[in-house]
Design a protein around this ligand. Structure first.
Ligand code: DGJ
Length: 719
């Protein structure tokens, strides 16, 4: 997988190659990333990258201002966005890293304290570690490149060791890569807001720096830590596409800077905004990892690569492979108005239609009867649950149902026993008013005592009753982020320390309760990122449960995350977020490919709707492994068409599921055919007709879009 020949490092996966060269014994150049090639490169290929008029001359005829680099630092000739920037003890900021040596290790070393992709045995991956040094200041940089050969994935991260005097790190990105000679490329990312997450945004790459970032203290609903650089004409099936996905849940930055000579530097990592890290002499710092995917066959292939890697080499523990639950969540059924009697009634109705798990959402603990009080006090509200959660669990278990519970452990209402006892346990800055969001403040997870409190209080609830599912919510972003315990010079570390603290808490709890299924949530997709997926294999995709809105959100999310990671529920109509009326069947069809569930008052459903729900649950159990382990093809994007269509092909290629949805219909519509993808030249039957794979791919299936919100779910079996 990794070869070093003629001063060039090659990282080969089955279909791709990535290459770097050592130039003038010092500079690590980026030489190539694309379709697999043999070991034919040399650093001579950049011999034309000579200095231009007025460029800073630091390597003979060459300049790091112009050369395509693999790593860059602040202060010398290269003025593009640096991978690393620090202030030294003497107040200077200029650093210069030169190549020292390298090492290849079999397998993929974990990243201390941070989530990361992993290999199950060392033969799956090799890791190249390139060592650079700032000789003057004795700072060592180790660039880690791990190659997942069969997956066609390369990951990158950086380890910094300070062997000199104390420094203040201003920026420590996970990677940057310079693409030389860029013409006509686009950048694409997933942006949005609460209840409008992961909309696909595509723009031409223009001269200058185009950046996406989060400054919210969480990866956020506004921007996802994911970026694509692609050919102008790239689509689902063709074109060069380069994906970058950051395994991190906090503030991030990512972007592409097209310089004066059309070299594009793509960079990604922890956001330098609001970040400062004091690295003592002898100290180490680890960046999160970036997962990089190149596809020569458009976005579809890139997404399928990410899906496979993330569901099998990022998600962990029991539920990685185990069948998940079909949930009935109490939130959109009764909101805060929960009690023992209601949850048991909800359970009885759920049981009748074949749901297997009932989730008690917000409102069960402390003084939490609305959003204003009780958050942080993880003890049952005795008025609402006089017999405790253990009794509820027993009643549900007796009916043959599993029981799940909602927590928001990272937060506190000022009106709570916890806050009254420990007002300094929240993120705050002395002398500043702490801004409330949803009447709550953020607990300071950089503190060990706070982390212990969270682990202990959640454990107590989980140990006391048979709770098999936890919804781990987080409903506000950070403001006035400071910590009462950190020293003055370390206050700039608080948001990253929070993330390290959160990951520690999640590691402890998921290890302690391996058979509990944890689902992430942050007012929906406010923290839908690979960092969270490492601990929790599914995430509530959005608080917008409207079927049409979900087509956009789920399609955007699927650019990088598999359907197996997307919580998707059938909710009421008119929809509570947008008031839209949609047929019950369509709501089922939209939610089915995700982690399927319900979130509505079944007592208000008609007999017909209940029968549709029952049928959908059976269908889900029949098809879930195809949705979740199969290959996904986005045939028609809702962002571009009035009809959306997705196809799933089972791992054994025996079954094909086609989901088609009308978003907006026109009367007396024109004819249209939906062409399938990725099929073999075989015969397939939908139970009524037999089709040839070639026919389905080239002629397609007729779909008349004349009834708004009509949907179809077709299953084809290979004959
Ligand atoms: C936000 C979540 O996204 C909702 O699903 C629900 O759990 C509420 N929080 C409860 O407060």
């Amino acid at each position: 997988m990794i070869v070093f020949e003629n001063h060039v490092f090659y990282l080969h996966t089955e279909n791709t190659s990535y290459a770097m060269g050592i130039f003038q014994d010092e500079i690590l150049l980026h030489l190539y990333w694309g379709k697999r090639i043999s070991n034919v490169l040399s650093t001579d290929m950049i011999s034309e990258f000579k200095m231009r008029s007025l460029s800073a001359k630091n390597y003979g005829e060459y300049s790091t201002e112009i050369l395509p680099l693999e790593f860059s630092s602040y202060g010398s000739a290269d003025t593009r966005i640096p991978t690393f920037d620090c202030v030294f003890a003497d107040g200077s900021r200029v650093s210069k890293f030169v190549y020292k040596d390298y090492k290849i290790v079999s397998g993929k070393p974990p990243v201390p304290g941070l989530p990361a992709t992993y290999c199950e045995n060392n033969s799956e991956s090799d890791t190249l570690i390139i060592h650079l040094r700032d000789e003057l200041k004795q700072i060592e940089i180790y660039l880690y490149y791990s190659v997942f050969e069969k997956y066609n994935v390369i990951t990158r991260r950086v380890k910094i060791i300070n062997n000199g005097e104390k420094i203040r790190v201003n920026s420590a990105l996970s990677m940057s890569v310079d693409f030389p000679a860029v013409e006509d490329m686009d950048i694409l990312h997933l942006g949005g807001a609460w209840a409008r997450e992961c909309h696909i945004i595509r723009n031409p790459l223009v001269h200058g720096n185009q950046n996406i970032e989060s400054r919210y203290g969480a990866s956020s609903a506004m921007q996802n830590p994911f970026l694509v650089l692609c050919d102008k004409n790239a689509d689902e099936n063709m074109g060069n596409v380069y994906g970058f996905s950051l395994v991190y849940s906090g503030n991030f930055t990512a972007g592409a800077e097209l310089d004066a000579y059309h070299t594009a530097r793509v960079y990604m990592g922890i956001n330098p905004f609001g970040f400062e890290w004091v690295l003592q002499s002898g100290g180490e710092f680890f960046t999160p990892e970036t997962v990089m995917v190149y596809s020569s066959n458009g976005f579809g292939e890139m997404s399928r690569t990410y899906h496979k890697l993330y569901r099998t080499r990022l998600c962990r523990r029991e539920y990685k492979n185990k069948k998940r639950f079909v949930l009935m969540n109490s939130w959109e059924a009764v909101y805060f108005d929960v009690n023992e009697e209601k949850i048991i009634r909800i359970a009885e109705k759920a049981k009748e239609i074949g749901i297997d798990t009932v989730v008690l959402d917000d409102g069960w603990f402390g003084a939490r009867v609305n959003g204003k009080a009780g958050l942080g006090d993880w003890v049952e509200n005795k008025e609402r649950f006089p017999n405790g959660l253990r009794y509820v669990a027993q009643r549900l278990n007796h009916m043959g149902l599993h029981f799940g519970v909602w927590f928001e452990p990272e937060m506190v209402n000022p009106d709570s026993d916890l806050y009254r006892k420990h007002p300094d346990w929240v993120l705050h800055t002395k002398g500043r008013v702490s801004t409330l969001t949803r009447f709550q403040l953020t607990l300071d997870l950089s503190r060990a005592d706070v982390r212990d409190y969270i682990v202990d209080s959640v454990s107590r609830v989980l140990e006391n009753a048979n709770i098999e599912y936890v919804k781990w919510d987080m409903n506000r972003y950070m403001t006035e982020a400071g910590s009462a315990l950190l020293a003055t010079e370390n206050q700039g570390e608080v948001m990253h320390r929070y993330m390290l603290g959160l990951y520690e808490v999640l590691e402890r709890l998921t290890k302690k309760f391996p058979s509990v299924l944890f689902e992430g949530c942050a007012s929906g997709g406010g923290r839908f990122d690979p960092g969270m997926l490492y601990y929790m294999p599914q995430i509530w995709t959005s608080d917008d449960s409207d079927a049409i809105e979900r087509l956009y959100i789920q399609c955007g999310t699927s650019l990088v995350y598999p359907y197996s990671s997307m919580g998707a529920h059938v909710s009421a109509s008119p929809n509570h977020q947008v008031g839209r009326v949609t047929p019950f069947e369509m709501r089922c069809h939209v939610a089915l490919p995700g982690q399927f569930g319900f979130e509505l008052d079944l007592e208000k459903c008609t007999e017909n709707e209940l029968q549709t729900a029952k049928k959908a649950i059976c269908q889900y159990r029949e098809l879930e492994s195809i949705f979740h382990n199969g290959d996904c093809y986005r045939l028609l994007s809702p962002f571009e068409n009035d009809v959306a269509a997705i196809e799933f092909i089972s791992e054994d290629r025996e079954t094909i599921v086609l989901c088609v949805y009308s978003i907006k219909a026109t009367p007396n519509n024109v004819y249209s055919f939906i062409k399938l993808r990725g099929l073999d030249q075989a015969e397939y039957s939908d139970g009524e007709r037999i089709y040839n794979g070639e026919y389905l791919e080239n002629v397609g299936l007729f779909f008349m879009n004349n009834i708004e919100h009509k949907s179809k779910l077709l299953v084809f079996k290979r004959m």
